[in-house]
Design a protein. Structure first.
Length: 298
């Protein structure tokens, strides 16, 4: 919709507005988020290789997809990678009624010589996409995911789709204020540090009347600039957690990134990605609107 209505630029290149040996400020030129994110993370990687740390923030960007993808770009080159973005207000601060922060993800990918540790998490209790999936399936939400217009918890997926999510931790009684604080941390790194839109000043989700001007932050750290043997210690760190005695013998202890790797392996075995019928119906309708081939079912 953004490209169709010229609210987002379809062509061009990001521009570096300011930089130092280990820092950079990028103007995304209102391009698609993945274009801006790839440019900014590569700049952070280059700086980390030269000076040990690369810290790059971008403004005038758009939705960039999976935060962990950018972090993994750094880990694939032996660096620690971090990526953050602000987003349309969906998270309701503790004790508030209306949303004022995005789902504001935090991601870290750390190399260990094999499969990296990959943390990629929203600072809301759940990403809106999971609420949307429950809604498309016609299933209720688990408690602690979403709120209604009065600021009370709800399990109605249709109500949840109105865009009021609990912060990570849920209500105040279960430490939701910690998720609220983490969402603010991401906002400071992304919106305030880059002078992008922030908080309630970002356009609402799925509206297209004005550009998003999202702020994003990309960090790359060269572990060789610190104590030698980081990857060996990281490998031992991961191994020790995976080797812990589980409370349920059928559910081994995992580390960040394991569930996604297991799902990728399952998709490889299946020869494709499993979708719910209603999701396929929606995507097929999108394909018709865009006059492109629908996804092939196997």
């Amino acid at each position: 919709k953004d490209v169709e209505t010229d609210v987002t630029a379809a062509t061009g290149n990001p521009v570096i507005l300011k930089e130092g040996p280990s820092t950079g400020l990028v103007d995304g030129q209102n391009l698609l988020g993945p274009v801006v994110g790839k440019f900014a993370m590569q700049l952070a990687i280059d700086k980390a290789k030269q000076s040990g740390v690369g810290w790059v923030v971008a403004n005038n960007s758009n939705h960039f997809g999976i935060a962990g993808w950018y972090a993994m770009e750094a880990s694939s080159e032996g660096l620690l990678g971090m990526a953050f973005t602000n987003a349309s207000p969906l998270l309701v601060p503790t004790r508030a009624v209306n949303p004022a922060l995005g789902t504001n993800p935090i991601s870290l990918a750390a190399p260990n010589g094999q499969e990296p540790f990959v943390l990629d998490m929203a600072t809301s209790a759940v990403a809106l996409g999971k609420v949307e999936i429950q809604h498309r399936r016609g299933e209720p939400l688990p408690p602690g995911w979403a709120l209604d217009a009065q600021g009370r918890g709800t399990t109605d997926a249709a109500v949840g789709m109105q865009g009021r999510l609990f912060p990570l931790g849920g209500p105040e009684e279960t430490s939701g204020y910690k998720g609220y604080g983490l969402a603010c941390l991401v906002e400071i790194f992304c919106g305030l540090l880059s002078d992008a839109n922030w908080g309630q000043h970002i356009r609402k989700w799925k509206t297209h009347e004005r550009k998003a001007n999202l702020g994003q932050c990309f960090i790359a750290i060269n572990p060789s600039m610190f104590a030698d043997g980081f990857e060996n210690r990281m490998s031992q760190f991961v191994h020790e957690f995976r080797s812990m005695q589980p409370s349920d013998p059928d559910k081994p202890v995992l580390i960040a990134g394991d569930p996604e790797r297991a799902h990728m392996s399952r998709c490889e075995q299946l020869g494709g990605v499993p979708y719910h019928d209603r999701q396929l119906e929606h995507l097929n309708n999108v394909a018709k609107q865009l006059d492109v081939d629908p996804m092939k079912c196997v």
